[in-house]
Ligand binder design. Structure first.
Ligand code: ADP
Ligand code: 5GP
Length: 192
């Protein structure tokens, strides 16, 4: 670790197929280690699901508003995932890391790679499902996706999992409590 890095916080990129448990696992870490660990709230043009609130899970906007923010260079990275825009607000990320906070980014593989290109010290973590059957079961159990959206997510899952080899840390989310422990160990190995 360079002395420059020691003053700054780490970026933890958490990727993996939709429904694998990234949100549950990221929330566990952020809740346990706040305020030193903060969640990067992405901006998206997708519609809120279930009880999602603007400014909590995501900053929700229209596709036109998102495109305006792209032009203003407001995103550290952005991607089109399952037909919707998703992006990481640059200012929040940079300000927090510079203030010594660790930032958790729950983003897809394309976004993870773009952040890693700009910030090679970002910690890359990939969450794998125990099986495709279980992944589909979790997406269905979440009860928030149409049949069409579920199909897109399952097709994308295979492509995303192919990219897991580009990630430094991979863990399987089978038993949730064990996955939490494993993830926490990875975080602590950088935070201490
Ligand atoms: P993602 O953020 O990767 O799309 P979520 O965190 O929303 O996934 O999890 C998808 C669903 O799977 C949720 O209903 C969550 O409670 C459930 N889930 C997460 N991890 C496990 C696990 N280890 N075993 C069973 N269900 C899980
Ligand atoms: P969901 O619609 O299930 O909330 O998210 C769909 C996918 O978009 C997930 O793989 C999630 O990690 C990804 N995602 C969420 N926010 C961002 C972001 O800011 N940038 C990128 N590239 N992907 C994101």
């Amino acid at each position: 670790m360079t002395s420059e890095q020691s003053k700054k916080g780490y970026m933890f990129i958490v990727s993996g197929p939709s429904g694998v448990g990234k949100t549950v696992l990221c929330n566990f870490i952020v809740d346990k280690y706040k305020p030193n660990v903060v969640y990067s709230i992405s901006t998206t043009s997708r519609k809120p699901r279930g009880g999602e609130k603007d400014g909590q899970e995501y900053n929700f906007c229209t596709a036109t508003e998102f495109e305006k923010e792209i032009k203003e260079n407001a995103f550290a990275e952005w991607a089109c995932v399952h037909g919707n825009y998703y992006g990481t607000p640059r200012k929040f990320l940079v300000d927090n890391v510079n203030a010594g906070k660790h930032v958790v980014l729950n983003i897809d593989v394309q976004g993870g790679m773009k952040i890693h290109e700009q910030y090679p010290e970002a910690v890359m973590i990939f969450i794998l499902p125990p099986s495709f059957e279980e992944l589909e079961h979790r997406i269905r159990g979440r009860n928030m996706d149409s049949e069409e959206s579920l199909k897109k997510r399952m097709i994308n899952a295979r492509k995303e999992i192919d990219c897991s080899k580009k990630y430094k840390h991979c863990l399987i989310n089978d038993d949730l409590e064990k996955a939490k422990e494993e993830l926490e160990k990875i975080f602590l190995s950088y935070m201490n």
